[in-house]
Design a protein around this ligand. Structure first.
Ligand SMILES: NC(=O)c1ccc[n+]([C@@H]2O[C@H](COP(=O)([O-])OP(=O)(O)OC[C@H]3O[C@@H](n4cnc5c(N)ncnc54)[C@H](O)[C@@H]3O)[C@@H](O)[C@H]2O)c1
Length: 357
């Protein structure tokens, strides 16, 4: 067991060393699927040399693996990121800082709904994000609060503007999920997820975009959807509905804010290993999804879940890591993406190739 640098949970070596897998020169990924032996090799952290092989489809990833993407792409920018204490939000914060942005890191650092089946984010997690941002030579304003509370977000926008003078980038990343068949859900289970994810994302845009409009220098807004916002999800209807809604919100905001040179785009992750998904409930659901089994094993191991899913993903990975997402966010936030708006950007290991949209 080891502590992953960019996540707060203690986990088996296996997922921590996916980079090792990539660095193995594709020997492991060369086959159609990752074998038990390969997973064991990953778990043991063994490497078979660091040379890249020409035919490896992940060779491009290997050039930046473990390092920030780009250099100075966001110099002198200020980026606000919700849900920044861990997971994908932290990874985006750190990569944006490595590219020169100061960060306003917002997180609730507490339980989100009445019941939460996965690890609750802590203030130490947010502190760790700030430490990693500062390690990259940038400032980090830590703010504990709830994106469901628009008054809190507006007050934070005022404070961020006072401290940094401007706000250039907003990443509306905070979200939760809850598993239950639709007809068995209580109001808090369905409405609560919609309120947190969809209304929380709208609140974030409504609180921060007026600052960008007033500044008159354009801006970048990135919202987090999901592949589950492009297809249905058994027993996750509230999450799926919230993520479809976020795509409609993104396109509408892009239409309205384009005249201010503010772009609005969605980052669409496939399955990513974060505290949100690193649990038996999610692994069981993904085994059910890929095997079309209504009764998947209730307590699968991480290895079982990874190996079951990997053959179905074009790039033959069971899931991604948070740092696989950050480069796309950095690009969408950069000057180079000035003409990209109203778009969704899938980072899924190829899972999106199975989808129509
Ligand atoms: N992990 C995946 O497989 C995956 C896949 C597709 C999309 N996403 C999306 O990526 C984003 C980040 O997810 P993650 O996997 O890093 O999850 P995570 O749980 O590790 O991180 C999310 C963070 O958001 C914070 N948060 C949630 N609700 C909040 C609120 N009301 N106010 C303030 N902070 C709040 C949480 O405290 C947590 O720290 C989410 O929008 C999620 O839906 C994740």
């Amino acid at each position: 067991m080891t502590r992953n640098m960019d996540e707060s949970v203690v986990r088996p070596e296996s997922t921590v060393t996916r980079r090792d897998l990539l660095a193995s020169g594709g020997a492991i990924l060369g086959g159609m699927a990752m074998t038990g032996q390969a997973f064991a090799q990953q778990a043991g952290g063994q490497q078979s040399g660091g040379e890249q092989t020409g035919g490896d489809p992940l060779a491009v990833s290997q050039t930046w693996a473990g390092k920030p993407f780009g250099s100075g792409l966001l110099a002198r920018k200020v980026a606000v990121i919700t849900g920044a204490a861990r997971g994908i939000g932290r990874s985006i914060a750190v990569d944006m800082a490595a590219n020169g942005a100061d960060i306003v890191a917002i997180d609730i650092c507490a339980k989100i709904l009445k019941e939460q089946s996965y690890a609750v984010t802590t203030r130490d997690d947010l502190e760790e994000t700030a430490r990693l941002v500062q390690q990259n030579g940038r400032k980090c304003m830590q703010v504990v609060g709830d994106v469901r509370d628009i008054a809190f977000l507006r007050a934070t926008a005022d404070k961020a503007e006072q401290q940094f003078g401007h706000i250039d980038i907003v990443v509306a990343n905070a979200a939760t999920q809850h598993f239950k068949p639709l007809v068995e859900m209580e109001d808090w289970e369905f409405n609560g997820v919609i309120e947190n994810n969809l209304i929380g994302t709208a609140n974030t845009i409504r609180a921060f975009a007026p600052k960008m409009i007033a500044q008159g220098k354009g801006g970048r807004i990135i919202v987090l959807s999901s592949m589950q916002g492009k297809h249905g999800s058994k027993n996750m209807s509230s999450y799926s509905a919230s993520k479809w809604g976020i795509l409609g919100l993104m396109k509408s905001a892009a239409l309205e804010l384009g005249k201010y040179k503010i772009t609005v785009n969605a980052l669409v992750p496939g399955l990513v290993d974060t505290p949100l998904t690193h649990n038996e409930e999610r692994w069981s659901a993904l085994i059910g999804e890929v095997t079309a089994n209504d009764n998947p094993p209730k307590n699968p191991t991480e290895q079982q879940a990874y190996e079951t899913r990997a053959p179905h993903v074009p790039l033959k990975v069971g899931w991604l890591k948070p740092e696989d997402l950050a480069p796309a966010a950095v690009f969408l936030a950069s000057d180079g993406a000035a003409m990209v708006t109203g778009a969704s950007y899938d980072v899924t290991g190829g899972d999106n190739a199975n989808n129509q949209s």
